[in-house]
Design a protein around this ligand. Structure first.
Ligand code: NAD
Ligand code: DAU
Length: 380
């Protein structure tokens, strides 16, 4: 006797773009594990920053599918929308590194602006072709605090704050109403994509959401960004290139807390609204670098201060934004989100992860990485 086993229909079909990258892989992991009744389609071009090894632990789950594609390939995206009956998009795919955008702005305009537009238009055509139209649909665009420009360093030594145990370095914060003022080609391209997303809501009624988040840190971040780059360099006794005087300030958030916020906002965020996501956790680069050095040295069994000699002040990044600081109180007040990890705990977890996963690091730093590293840092 034969039984016909009917596959359980999925309640939702969610396309995550850039799911093989740093933040995207945490989002894909969270959604795939948490929602057995959702089909999660991870669409990624697998640029230098995309790595399927980031998703080894969930790659065989029945509700997970990977598709290698470019968001700029409009026809393919249109076909995939139909094929997977996509009803929700969480859009993370982007060129994400400021230094690369300074060297090659065109790639950033192509992926971040034209790619986002291609995704929006494909979603529009597919959703408008359905009898229920936009009902139950979501286009959620993940953006950055860098679109707001830079804040001043009015308190270079830091002052106490009601929000955090760590000092703040200025009086202003980025709010959802802060005017856009991007400075780098990267942030200009992200700002442009944010405008396109909002325009698709205002013009066609597409149910969109935009969030602007501060600097993320945690496992699986490509070692061109400050924290993994410095952990790896300390391990290999390579110089630690501190841009300018190391006085720039960033607001750091553990990546899993960002992924939790994305989950909450995807399900409960108000359509057409914007939410800022940040850790109320400002650090001057040089202070953060000292914490990284101390943590790596301790975990590798070196005496305190052993790697401090690696600190090397180098030519500043062009147009280097002085300070970012996000006010995420709207997200807290409206949806109850707050970071789950204290920074000290998050940085300890992060350093341990990179030290324990040297094979992952060796794989991503083989091949073209050495060429990038030499061009970016040697002779700077
Ligand atoms: P990442 O560079 O680690 O990953 C980007 C992913 O996008 C990679 O997997 C890459 O292969 C993929 N991708 C690039 N171009 C593509 C294309 N044309 N088509 C399909 N896939 C493509 O980036 P991340 O740090 O994980 O950032 C993810 C998103 O979050 C970006 O939109 C970024 O602007 C935003 N963001 C990042 C941070 C941060 O601190 N990293 C903070 C706020 C917002
Ligand atoms: O604020 C959110 C943004 O955070 C995201 O939108 C970007 O995708 C993400 O890359 C990040 O941008 P930053 O430029 O702030 O991150 P990065 O890790 O490149 O640099 C952090 C700070 O450290 C910044 O002030 C520059 C400095 N820096 C960075 C590198 C790579 C150094 O001093 N030396 C370095 O080698």
């Amino acid at each position: 006797m034969f039984y016909i086993v009917q596959a359980m229909p999925y309640k939702r079909h969610i396309l995550v773009t850039g799911g093989a990258g740093f933040i995207g892989s945490h989002v894909v992991r969270l959604f795939t594990n948490k929602y057995d009744d959702y089909q999660i389609i991870n669409l990624d071009k697998l640029t230098y920053a995309g790595n399927l090894a980031n998703l080894k632990d969930i790659e065989n789950k029945p509700n997970y599918t990977f598709v290698k594609a470019d968001i700029c390939d409009f026809e393919t995206i249109c076909r995939l929308m139909e094929e997977f009956q996509v009803d929700g998009i969480i859009h993370l795919a982007a060129e994400s590194h400021v230094d690369r955008s300074i060297k090659d702005p065109f790639t950033f305009a192509r992926t971040n602006v034209m790619g986002t537009l291609s995704l929006l238009q494909a979603a529009k055509l597919y959703w408008e072709s359905k009898k229920e139209g936009y009902e139950g649909k979501r286009f959620y665009h993940i953006s950055t605090d860098e679109v707001y420009g830079a804040l001043e360093l009015t308190h270079p030594e830091g002052v106490k704050s009601a929000h955090s145990t760590h000092p703040v370095y200025g009086d202003d914060f980025f709010h959802e109403s802060t005017k856009y003022a991007p400075h780098s080609p990267y942030s200009a391209s992200k700002a442009s994509s944010d405008h396109f997303v909002r325009a698709f809501h205002d013009t066609y009624g597409m149910p969109t959401l935009v969030t602007n988040c501060s600097n993320n840190y945690g496992p699986y971040q490509f070692p061109e960004k400050l924290i993994p780059l410095f952990i790896n360099n300390i391990r290999h006794r390579k110089p630690l290139p501190v841009y300018g005087k190391g006085e720039n300030v960033r607001d750091w958030l553990y990546v899993e807390d960002h992924a939790r916020a994305i989950d909450l906002i995807f399900h409960q965020g108000r359509i057409a609204d914007t939410y800022n996501i940040g850790g109320f956790n400002e650090w001057k680069n040089i202070d953060l670098i000292k914490v990284i050095i101390k943590t790596v040295d301790r975990l590798l069994g070196h005496p305190e201060g052993y790697s401090s000699d690696l600190i090397t002040y180098v030519t500043d990044r062009k147009g280097h934004d002085m300070r970012y600081a996000i006010d995420s109180s709207k997200l807290h007040e409206e949806l109850g989100w707050e970071p789950s990890l204290q920074f000290e705990e998050g940085i300890e977890k992060t350093v341990r992860w990179y030290l324990d996963n040297q094979e992952w690091m060796d794989n991503v730093t083989s091949g073209d990485y050495q060429k990038y590293y030499e061009e970016m840092y040697l002779g700077r």
